[in-house]
Design a protein around this ligand. Structure first.
Ligand code: SAM
Length: 251
């Protein structure tokens, strides 16, 4: 049976005893009921993972020792950014979780002209922290040893403007940028294969406005369709990621 994994964002040294961070210890004790002698896996987000044995369980503390390093990586060779119009809390949580499982390297939440969800700075910061915790839980579950980044929420025009600047200043043009648009004529297979970087831009429930689609095209995005059926926005990103991984990434 696979060992339970814990994110432990500290220096981890073979030969040392490590006290799990408070949140991980709480989860280990209350939800997973770990006991002295149990084997588990720690990772700190810097690559690789450590097998360990629980040497002490207290009321609020879990200490592990007997650490062994395994240089295991489960990252995709394709660095995928999922740029997703922000959705309501539950759907966005699902999008973040699936993006991690499907190997996205970065998630960029965006506000668009038809976004229903509006976030002021305070709420955006709270949601960012919440999404970060979903990333951690997903990495614990799916075996990734490096945490994908969740970028700060940005307005679509600002974000596209930054991308356009980057493309004119540097070699960022080597990146393939796909705009998911239900009535696009091209399919995912039509653009030239991405080299190492791919960005997939997904609209809100009401789709992109014509102006937004034009601005994305100006920033180098190729409009592509996922087929004749309109997918829910939370399905569209996951479907595109799975397909692109199958075509050019993990397999
Ligand atoms: N009537 C809207 C439109 O035409 O854009 C439908 C929006 S759809 C529910 C939400 C988002 O999911 C879209 O903005 C698009 O990014 C993506 N999407 C859904 N189905 C798609 C498809 N078949 N091909 C490409 N993208 C799709």
């Amino acid at each position: 049976m696979a060992l339970t994994r814990f994110y432990c964002p500290t220096d981890i040294e073979v030969g040392a005893n490590i006290r799990l961070p408070a949140a991980a210890a709480h989860h280990a004790l209350k939800a997973l009921r770990v006991q002295t002698g149990d084997r588990l896996v720690l990772f700190n987000g810097r690559g690789g993972e450590f097998t360990a044995t629980v040497t002490h369980c207290g009321k609020d503390a879990v200490v592990v020792g007997d650490l062994e390093f395994r240089a295991v990586e489960r990252e995709s060779p394709l660095a995928i950014t999922l740029a997703q119009a922000v959705l309501n809390a539950e759907k966005m949580d699902w999008v973040v979780q699936k993006a991690v499982e499907l190997g996205a390297a970065r998630i960029q939440p965006l506000t668009t002209s038809r976004s229903v969800v509006r976030l002021d700075a305070g709420r955006a910061a709270k949601r960012a922290l919440h999404w970060q915790n979903i990333v951690i839980a997903s990495c614990e579950q799916c075996g990734r040893n490096r945490l994908p980044e969740v970028a700060a929420v940005a307005a679509l025009p600002d974000w596209l403007g930054q991308l356009k600047d980057q493309a004119t200043r540097s070699a960022a043009a080597a990146e393939l940028r796909l705009l998911l648009l239900p009535d696009a004529e091209a399919s995912l297979r039509d653009p030239p294969p991405p080299d190492q970087k791919l960005t997939v831009l997904v609209g809100p429930e009401g789709g992109f406005s014509d102006d937004e689609a034009r601005a994305a095209a100006t920033a180098g995005f190729v409009p592509v369709s996922l087929g004749p059926r309109i997918l829910r926005t939370e399905t569209a990103g996951a479907a595109a990621l799975a397909a692109m991984q199958a075509l050019y990434g993990d397999w």
